[in-house]
Design a protein around this ligand. Sequence first.
Ligand SMILES: Cc1cc2nc3c(=O)[nH]c(=O)nc-3n(C[C@H](O)[C@H](O)[C@H](O)COP(=O)(O)OP(=O)(O)OC[C@H]3O[C@@H](n4cnc5c(N)ncnc54)[C@H](O)[C@@H]3O)c2cc1C
Length: 434
Amino acid sequence: MNNDPHSHGVWEKTAPDAPVTEVLDQDVTADVAIVGGGYTGLSAALHLARAGQSVVLAEAVEAGFGGSGRNVGLVNAGMWVMPDKIIGTLGSGMGTALLELLGQGPQEVFDLIRAEAIDCQAVRTGTLHCAVGASGLRNLAERAAQWRRRGVDLELLGAENAAAAIGSCAYSGALLDHRAGTIQPLAYARGLARVAQAAGARIFTGSPVLAVETRNGAPLLRTSRGSITAGKVIMATDAYTRHVYPEVRETQVMLPYFNFATRPLSDNLRQSILPYRQGAWDTREVLSSFRLDAAGRLIFGSVGSLTGRGLAVHRNWAHRAIARIFPQLGDVTFESGWCGQIGMTRSNLPRLSCLGPDILAISGYNGRGIAPGTVFGRLLAEHLSGHRSLADIPLPSQQLAAPVFGRLREPLIALGAQLVHLVENRLPRSGRHG
Ligand SMILES: Cc1cc2nc3c(=O)[nH]c(=O)nc-3n(C[C@H](O)[C@H](O)[C@H](O)COP(=O)(O)OP(=O)(O)OC[C@H]3O[C@@H](n4cnc5c(N)ncnc54)[C@H](O)[C@@H]3O)c2cc1C
């Protein structure tokens, strides 16, 4: 979609066509204007239209251009941070509400996919968080205990059961979360766009919003060939924010993340890896993730950017890592590789910002945005259509732009991941992680 072979990879090759949309080349009005066509913006558009609001969504490129079309497709519950940490940050009332809301996030996503017949390779057999060494297993046991205290039973697998579920002896155990599953991420974004359009939302693509002004007390959003006058605005631009409200970008640190997809594996090999089709990732600081797609391609990813030297370093590392974790595969050929940027926040939680009267933004999903983006899009829609107060959205709403932080760290993160993978490329090949 971007004339860039490293932007959307296998997802672009295998997603159903995007719904037909046009460039905004006129002046339009709406109850609510949405900027950004990822899960957050599209879910908000769908629910606003269903609530009888007139909605115009402007997307700079096309639906799913940002993280929503590039991610691994792990539909997980909760956030990356441990449940107790969320309570520590938000307090018991708001923290518990957030945990309950996002604990049910995958259910909401899979229900929506089923109800709207979204064709996106949805598989809900759980996800596996794979333990690296004894410390990884301790970390997972603690995570399981914290969820159990909140009435959620995650299954902690020992090394032998984990090996059977993963198809690899590389791990000391795994945490199986039955609430979760996998999707084809770009197909889900395009499906949401189709459903939102059918509900009455007007979606314009190739239409970056270049400026937000105020006209007669109402926000006016300008694109190069048109404008939107709206009573209210949702900024759903997350890690791909451009042109307007730079503070949405600047309150996040970008973590580059790449994926490589093999050619479809033979039936035999496919049976030996993730036989229940669970998506997986590990407990390492510079983590790896892996899953199969519907055609049996192994999709293997980690932290790093595929620009410059990064492409060769990370591709080489991915070959070696796959050979170590799944020696039964022998030498694999990569059909495609792509990468994207993940917006991380200081609190490790999404950030709800009030950018002006009736201008709200939600961003910073910290690598877990499929279910949260879908859920928070709905919550913002309920709020702006008068069915939910802002206080009933379990995140602190922040009035002022936070000071810029971390921009300097971004090249260091990319370089750090490259160094880790360079060093690992020089280590002798071995089996289980240390
Ligand atoms: C490589 C990678 C792997 C990931 N893996 C997972 C995973 O397995 N599971 C998970 O839950 N999450 C994962 N994530 C995170 C998840 O993809 C994101 O959190 C989520 O997609 C964010 O959705 P969004 O709608 O808020 O933003 P995006 O999907 O990023 O959409 C923002 C959109 O805004 C548009 N835009 C920006 N500025 C303007 C403007 N001025 N005018 C008009 N449009 C504009 C952009 O073009 C973009 O399309 C991953 C992310 C990446 C990058």
